[in-house]
Ligand binder design. Structure first.
Ligand code: ATP
Length: 399
């Protein structure tokens, strides 16, 4: 059977990485390994950075830890890597309890936001550093280096020092170090945050391709929901050290468990419309909604901007701005004091100050209670995702 690196070397395109964990003893093979985290706790003085976090990463899959700054993403990753010690909880990799093991014996590679390159070593030495520590024989080191350099398109730059490289090139060196380590588990902490938008998008695809083709088990930390949505098999969305919701990108988008998730995922985010707030037309939003499928216990309903329907009836809203983005226009409107985003295909002829009437199909409304929790069961098994199977009822609310 091909080893990971042999298969990696056949991949097209370019990637970059680094291995921080130099594993002299852990088995390195091409078998994917799963990760299980149970009841993980980490406190820094009065701050509970990680608060009883549990999740699993299927072998060969990519899980994104997502959330706002300070929610505990990096701390969790460092705990899994063994760079920090948990106050409570258990970490298993491939069924093995690694909670008390030092990083070198966990069989993982890691890519940092900061690259963590040695400034006094050139690219070649940076990539090979870990293999030398592990006493991998010279011929094997050279083979891996040649293949990795080609994969990450660093040929011709091997003699340069990090200071002589662009941010993107440094990032590629960091990724190359992870590749040559051949560890089946790879942990990445905001690896693309220093790159420009175009390179970021390219590298996202390359990392995803590499992860899939090598069958790597990967945990990827980011605060960028676009990155999470486009890369993840599963997203673990964190808030203040706790898991707010975990699931597929589709589940988090379509069935957010709370208003926090609804507002975090999506660009622009889901509209969370408070029902008892005043509307533009006087009276509450609720009083204008003739939709019997909005439960009485709902305090708010969530509607995605692309599901808002502009029609002759419905909630009156005042347009504040219209951003033409080429394939679509994003309208920012006000219903009373509430800001509502409306996405319409192509170029919309709306102008600031204009009154629109907004509605949505009943199936596109997602109700929340007064505490911001979803009233529908966000964890229930999803029906097959097929827009055509939704109730074809274009009735706008309030019509
Ligand atoms: P970011 O996206 O900004 O990197 P994050 O979600 O990765 O944030 P962490 O770096 O895990 O968040 O930090 C979680 C919390 O723990 C924060 O409140 C942070 O200030 C605190 N924290 C992290 N490391 C330490 C430390 N070594 N000492 C004290 N507090 C810490």
């Amino acid at each position: 059977m091909d080893d990971i690196f042999t298969r990696a070397s056949r991949l097209p395109g370019s990637i970059a990485a680094m291995s921080i964990v130099e594993d002299a003893t852990a088995e390195t093979n091409s078998m994917s390994r799963g990760i299980r985290v149970s009841g993980l706790v980490r406190e820094f003085g009065p701050v509970r950075a990680v608060d009883a976090v549990s999740f699993e990463v299927e072998p060969g899959s990519l899980t994104v830890l997502l959330g706002p700054s300070g929610c505990g993403k990096s701390t969790i990753l460092r705990l899994v890597a063994g760079l920090d010690a948990a106050d409570a909880g258990r970490i298993e990799i491939d069924g093995r309890d690694v909670t008390g093991l030092d990083p070198a014996h966990r069989g993982v590679s890691m890519v940092f936001q900061s690259y963590a390159l040695f400034p006094h070593l050139d690219v070649r030495e940076n990539i090979l550093f870990g293999l030398k520590v592990r006493r991998i024989e010279r011929a094997e080191r050279e083979r891996r280096l040649a293949d990795a350099a080609r994969i990450v398109a660093l040929d011709g730059l091997l003699g340069r020092r990090p200071a002589q490289l662009s941010g993107g090139q440094r990032q590629r060196v960091a990724l190359a170090r992870a590749i040559v380590s051949q560890q089946p588990v790879c942990l990445m902490d905001e690896p693309l945050s220093n790159l420009d938008a175009k390179l970021r998008a390219e590298m996202r695809d390359e990392i995803r391709d590499l992860q899939r083709q090598l069958g790597l088990t990967m945990i990827y930390v980011t605060h960028d929901q676009v990155e999470a949505m486009s890369m993840a098999d599963r997203i673990v969305l964190l808030r203040d050290g706790r898991i707010e919701q975990a699931g597929t990108p589709h589940t988090l988008y379509e069935r957010p468990g709370s208003t926090f998730v609804a507002r975090f995922i999506g660009m622009p985010p889901m509209n969370v419309i408070a029902l008892d707030a005043d509307s533009e037309a006087g009276g509450s939003v609720r009083s204008l909604l003739a939709d019997a499928r909005v439960p009485q216990s709902a305090a708010a309903i969530g509607v995605r901007p692309e599901h808002m329907v502009v029609g002759d009836g419905g909630l009156p809203a005042t347009v504040r701005s219209a951003d033409y983005l080429g394939g679509e226009t994003v309208l920012r409107a006000r219903v009373g004091t509430q800001e509502i985003f409306v996405k319409v295909p192509g170029r919309a002829a709306a102008r600031a100050g204009q009154t629109l009437h907004l509605g949505w199909r009943p199936d596109d409304a997602w109700p929340f209670d007064a505490d911001g929790n979803a009233l529908s069961d966000a964890t229930a098994p999803e029906p097959p995702h097929d827009c055509a199977t939704r109730t074809a009822n274009p009735r706008a609310a309030g019509n």
